[in-house]
Design a protein around this ligand. Structure first.
Ligand code: ADP
Ligand code: MG
Length: 140
């Protein structure tokens, strides 16, 4: 398996409850390395652009408002098979369906306020990393 990169967000429900470290620990314990990280407030343009694929979904405007409701931590993660590894560490979108020990099972408040984002393919990981990070911000 190759070492690859993925993109992660620690969502506002997690930063609000002071879980930045706890979420990051799960990523690190699962074999991922944080090679870039910044705490930001998402603008409306960023939140709408980032979740553009969900524009037609009924939850889109709530999701955009949620992502702007507090600080988030955007991260680039590196490790063996990083996209799948991160999805496994996060667990299912709905915390009710997430496996024991996953970020979402441990921390999520709801299907919307589910504590973490992770890219779903290598192709989208690159797009999402480039959306939030300049090359010189990815420092290893
Ligand atoms: P994932 O984050 O697991 O890749 P999706 O890409 O399907 O899931 O959805 C993006 C985000 O939109 C989810 O993480 C969650 O915050 C929100 N979301 C997804 N489905 C719903 C829903 N049915 N109701 C409210 N919010 C949702
Ligand atoms: Mg997704």
């Amino acid at each position: 398996m190759a070492v690859t990169r993925t993109f992660s967000i620690i969502k506002p429900d997690a930063t609000r409850r002071n879980l930045t470290g706890a979420v990051t620990s799960k990523l690190e314990e699962g074999g991922l390395r944080v090679i870039a990280s910044k705490r930001i407030r998402m603008s409306k343009e960023q939140a709408e652009g980032f979740y553009g694929v969900h524009r037609e979904r009924p939850f889109f405007s709530d999701l955009v408002a949620f992502m702007m409701s507090g600080p988030v931590v955007v991260q680039v993660l590196e490790g063996e098979d990083a996209v799948k590894r991160n999805r496994d560490i996060m667990g299912a979108t709905n915390p009710a369906d997430a496996a024991e020990g996953t970020i979402r099972k441990s921390f999520a408040e709801s299907i919307e306020a589910n504590s973490a984002h992770g890219s779903d393919s290598d192709e989208n990981a690159k797009i999402e990393i480039d959306f939030f990070f300049a090359a010189d911000e990815i420092v290893g």
